[in-house]
Design a protein around this ligand. Structure first.
Ligand SMILES: Cc1ncc(C[n+]2csc(CCOP(=O)(O)OP(=O)(O)O)c2C)c(N)n1
Length: 566
């Protein structure tokens, strides 16, 4: 195998390795943290990170966690998330987390190794060999490339950055054979990324859209993750009298406390009833996914319009009367320009919106039983910090029942959630969010909500959280089982419970072994002070809710909500 040079940079100082080129490139993209696991097949890259000391490298305990961390870091900071894995098993370990990043449309770079070029695809049993690694990466990434020589390395890196940031955004994987990582090349004078040009709307199509929307008296914006950067334009429309509802990915584009916000209460019955009175709904940057639309059966307003950077969004899942392909921010500003002083809003609209929101919140609260105290106490404790939190959630009952709609979010990047529905990603996402907030000085503590089942998929990352001193509250809903699956068994499988009871560690001992502070919430009445204390801790802290002592929710959640028969 090619031996990497003992030198990091050639004495001429103008010669660098391809591994270092990759590092210089991510630095030029504004990346300040990268996450991964070191291996013989990525050491030229990690050695360059170490030597250059510009990027903080976080040693995750597994590649799945590393990729979840990079994903969450990108979601919170808006800067390219970078995850670095080893060849074969290491790259494979990241696959599930790459699926999540792909689902969520996170701009990410997954850099991985490959065996020595001379032996690729020969099936000689080379250490870490994975037949068809590139095909695997193509399947779980937006795109996948192999860098085969020094000459093409920069152009591939630039294209990966462009693709990752071009809607629909997503993770791009690059594999670099170990001999290529160690190859010497002239250091390019300019390693900057290609300019990213948001797609402007066609002015004539905007005229037509504005013409139609200008008639609306009860207009509603439905915002998805593709409109995250369009907050100022959204605010202009809200000032004209538009109301806003969002998908889970679109939370906080308009602060959820705003009187014209329906938050992410998008499927609750009072809001569905309100839709019947809406005379124009404009869907922006949203896929109208199954979980957001009662499996596409939610009765949306009859007059639907759509703006999306992705042309394939036209007529997707729901029909629409008119479609404009464009960047959300540019299109909404163009719309606001055209609608200025032209809207004539129904005088009862604002009040109807506020009532629907209140009724939807009350419905959710009524389903929670004792856990309404946890939700309310957390909202209050966060409000007392005066700066909000990064609200990260794994797949667990508490998230489906309230976490996806509450805490009230005031920032378009504040919500980070395992959108694709895979459990076990919340802890690592919390670490990524916390470290990104720290390194980019974004303020706010991270709170990561998860079940005991989800936590145990990847508990090794607790050690990473401790080692890196991630400033986060790990909020564990411990029912010692896969609660949601048990509920599904009760609702749909004749109550035949199987494979859901879990041997769960004593989390206080686990935390003690890591010297991580741990609080046990045995009953709802301690919530307020304990959460306030936990939020004040510097570094990671666990708050465990003993659900078996708290008792059940008032309503059983048994899988993604579906449309009830009329
Ligand atoms: C990666 C993955 N494996 C399996 C599942 C199926 N699944 C969905 S929820 C769930 C249980 C989660 O248990 P826990 O984290 O304890 O939360 P609870 O349901 O008890 O609130 C399981 C196994 C999944 N969604 N993702």
């Amino acid at each position: 195998m090619t031996q990497p040079s003992n030198q990091h940079t050639d004495s001429s100082a103008q010669r660098i390795t391809v591994g270092e080129l990759a590092v210089r490139f991510i630095e030029a993209c504004g990346v300040k943290t990268a996450y991964g696991v070191i291996s013989i097949h990525n050491m030229p890259i990690l050695d360059a990170i170490h030597q250059r000391a510009q990027v903080r490298f976080v040693s995750a305990r597994g590649e799945a966690g590393a990729c979840n961390m990079a994903d969450a870091a990108a979601r919170v900071s808006g800067i390219w998330g970078v995850c670095i894995t080893s060849t074969g098993t290491g790259a494979g370990n990241a696959a599930g987390a790459l699926v999540e990043a792909l689902t969520a449309g996170t701009p990410m770079l997954h850099l991985t190794g490959q065996i020595e070029s001379a032996y690729v695809d020969r099936d000689w049993g080379y250490i870490h060999e994975a037949p068809a690694q590139l095909a695997m990466l193509s399947a779980v990434s937006k795109a996948a490339f192999r860098i085969r020589d020094a000459q093409s390395a920069l152009s591939i890196l630039r294209e990966a950055h462009r693709l990752a940031h071009t809607p629909p955004c997503g993770p791009v994987s690059i594999e670099i054979p170990i001999d290529v990582q160690a190859m010497w090349m002239d250091a390019p004078a300019d390693v900057s990324p290609l300019p990213l040009t948001p797609l402007p709307p066609d002015p004539q199509r905007m005229d037509v859209l504005a013409q139609r929307l200008g008639q609306a008296r009860r207009p509603l914006l439905w915002l998805g993750g593709g409109a995250r950067h369009a907050g100022a334009a959204v605010q202009r429309l809200v000032d004209m009298g538009w109301a806003v509802v969002s998908s889970v990915q679109g939370r906080g584009i308009l602060a959820e406390q705003h009187p014209m916000s329906l938050g992410a209460f998008n499927v609750q019955k009072p809001v569905e009833a309100l839709y019947a009175s809406v005379d124009a709904m404009l869907v922006v940057g949203s896929r109208l996914r199954s979980n957001e639309t009662l499996n596409y059966k939610l009765q949306l307003p009859a007059n639907r319009y759509r703006i999306d950077a992705n042309p394939l969004a036209d007529q997707r899942a729901y029909s629409s009367d008119y479609f404009v392909q464009a960047d959300a921010d540019l299109a909404l500003h163009a719309l606001a320009d055209r609608l200025q002083a032209r809207m004539s809003i129904d005088p009862t609209w604002a009040q109807d919106v506020a009532q629907a929101r209140l009724a939807a919140e009350a419905l959710v609260d009524a389903s929670l039983g004792p856990y309404v105290a946890l939700k309310d106490s957390l909202n209050r404790a966060v409000a007392q910090t005066g700066q909000g939190v990064w609200w990260v959630r794994d797949i667990t009952l508490s998230n489906s029942m309230w976490g996806n709609r509450s805490l009230s979010l005031d920032h378009p990047r504040a919500g980070v959630h395992a959108l694709g529905g895979g459990i076990g990603q919340g802890l690592a996402m919390g670490i990524g969010a916390a470290l990104a907030a720290q390194v980019h000085a974004l303020g706010r503590k991270t709170v990561a909500l998860m079940g005991d089942g989800g936590l145990m998929l990847n508990p090794g990352e607790l050690a990473c959280a401790m080692q890196e001193q991630a400033s986060m509250v790990v909020l564990v809903m411990n029912d010692q089982r896969y609660g949601v699956i048990q509920n599904i068994q009760d609702a749909m499988y004749g109550g035949r419970r199987c494979y859901v009871d879990l041997c769960t560690p004593d989390f206080s001992l686990l935390c003690a072994s890591l010297k991580m502070p741990h609080f046990l919430l045995s009953s709802p009445d301690q919530c307020g002070p304990v959460l306030a204390q936990a939020l004040a801790v510097d570094g990671p802290v666990m708050v465990e809710v003993d659900m078996n002592r708290w008792g059940p929710f008032a309503t059983k959640f048994a899988g993604p909500p579906r449309k009830e028969p009329a």
